[in-house]
Each structure stands twice: as C-alpha cells, then as structure tokens.
Design a protein around this ligand. Structure first.
Ligand SMILES: *[C@@H]1O[C@H](CO)[C@@H](O)[C@H](O)[C@H]1NC(C)=O
Ligand SMILES: *[C@@H]1O[C@H](CO)[C@@H](O)[C@H](O)[C@H]1NC(C)=O
Ligand SMILES: *[C@@H]1O[C@H](CO)[C@@H](O)[C@H](O)[C@H]1NC(C)=O
Length: 157
C-alpha cells in the first residue's frame, strides 16, 4: 500500500514538474518604486501563463494599473485594462498569453521609470534551433521514472 502511494506521488510529481509556476517579485529587492529600470529587470526573464507578478510598494505613493500599449508608450491612462491595484502587495496572475503593460498611475511616476512590460508566453518546450541537451535529458529521466513506476505497479498488482 505504502509503496503504491509512494509511486503515485512520484508519477504526479513527474507530471507536474515541467509546469512549475514562478512568482516574480517585480524589481526584486527594490520592489516597485521610482528610479528603477524595469526594462532591465525584465530582460532575460521568461514570463509564462501561470506565473504571477508581485508588486510591493509604499501605498502612500504608488499603485499599479494595467494599460494598453499606446498608453504605456505615452505614460497615459485612457482606460485601465486591469486594476487599479492598491494593496502594496499585489499578486497579479499572468493568466493569458500576450503583452501586458503596467504603470504607476501617480502623476509623473510612469515618466520616472515606473513602467513594466512583460511578454507572456505559453509554457512548453522552447523552440530551440540548436537544442541544448538539458531539456531532453529531463524528459528522458521523467520517462524512465514513469516507466519504472508502471512496471513496478504491474508486478505489485
Ligand atoms: C533601461 O535599461 C534598458 C536596457 O538595459 C536601456 O536600453 C534603457 O536605456 C534604460 N532606461 C533608462 C531610463 O535608463
Ligand atoms: C499618444 O501620443 C500620441 C502623440 O502625442 C497621440 O497621437 C496618441 O493619441 C496618444 N495615444 C494615447 C493612447 O494617449
Ligand atoms: C504579500 O502577500 C503574500 C500573499 O499574497 C504573502 O504571502 C506575503 O506574506 C505578503 N508579504 C507582505 C510583506 O505583506
């Protein structure tokens, strides 16, 4: 009984492993404030459906709203697409693919750098023209573990 439960745990873990979601703390230790370069912060990060953004900030000064691309460029708000978020500790789920633009709506703060654009993609095997060996290696380990578990379950049955 115990070994069956154990194997089920392994199989579930193997199935779930490739889709681990990431909670990104926007700005890392800086949080959401003036004079941080959020383009730089986002560079090199991959944002996937299922991940989330955490905005931490001083509520007396800042907030978060999701705006359109043109609004983002102009640092204007002609109609929020999300928010306003005002808790100072906002977790925003990236639940659909596509670009999302966030600014602080306080006068002058978007111009002061409080603007973040993320491109959200559907998680999956990266389209790799020159595939590194790591992803296939992980997949084959998952496959071997799952096969062994299946074989073991048949023996036990
Ligand atoms: C922020 O960083 C990006 C990428 O490193 C750079 O291109 C841009 O000029 C920076 N913006 C500011 C306002 O410094
Ligand atoms: C952005 O600014 C441009 C140029 O000033 C203007 O034509 C455009 O309507 C503005 N867009 C928005 C969404 O405010
Ligand atoms: C922020 O919110 C998350 C849950 O949404 C919570 O786990 C965390 O402790 C909060 N952090 C602070 C500093 O309030």
């Amino acid at each position: 009984m115990a070994s069956k439960a154990f194997l089920m745990t392994i199989m579930v873990a193997a199935a779930v492993a490739p889709a681990i979601a990431t909670d990104y703390m926007v700005g890392d230790a800086d949080g959401w404030k003036l004079n941080v370069n959020y383009t730089q912060w986002a560079a090199g990060k991959s944002f996937h459906v299922g991940d989330s953004l955490m905005f931490m900030y001083n509520t007396a000064q800042h907030n978060v709203i999701q705006v359109s691309g043109p609004d983002f460029k102009n640092c204007t708000n002609s109609g929020a697409l999300g928010g306003p978020y005002k808790s100072g500790n906002d977790t925003i789920a990236l639940d659909t693919p596509g670009r999302r633009w966030y600014i602080c709506d306080t006068e002058g703060h978007c111009e002061g750098g409080m603007k973040l654009v993320v491109a959200v993609t559907v998680p999956g095997p990266a389209p790799a023209p020159a595939p590194s060996s790591q992803a296939p290696a992980i997949r084959s380990v998952v496959w071997v573990v799952a096969s062994m578990a299946a074989a073991f379950l048949m023996i036990m049955a």
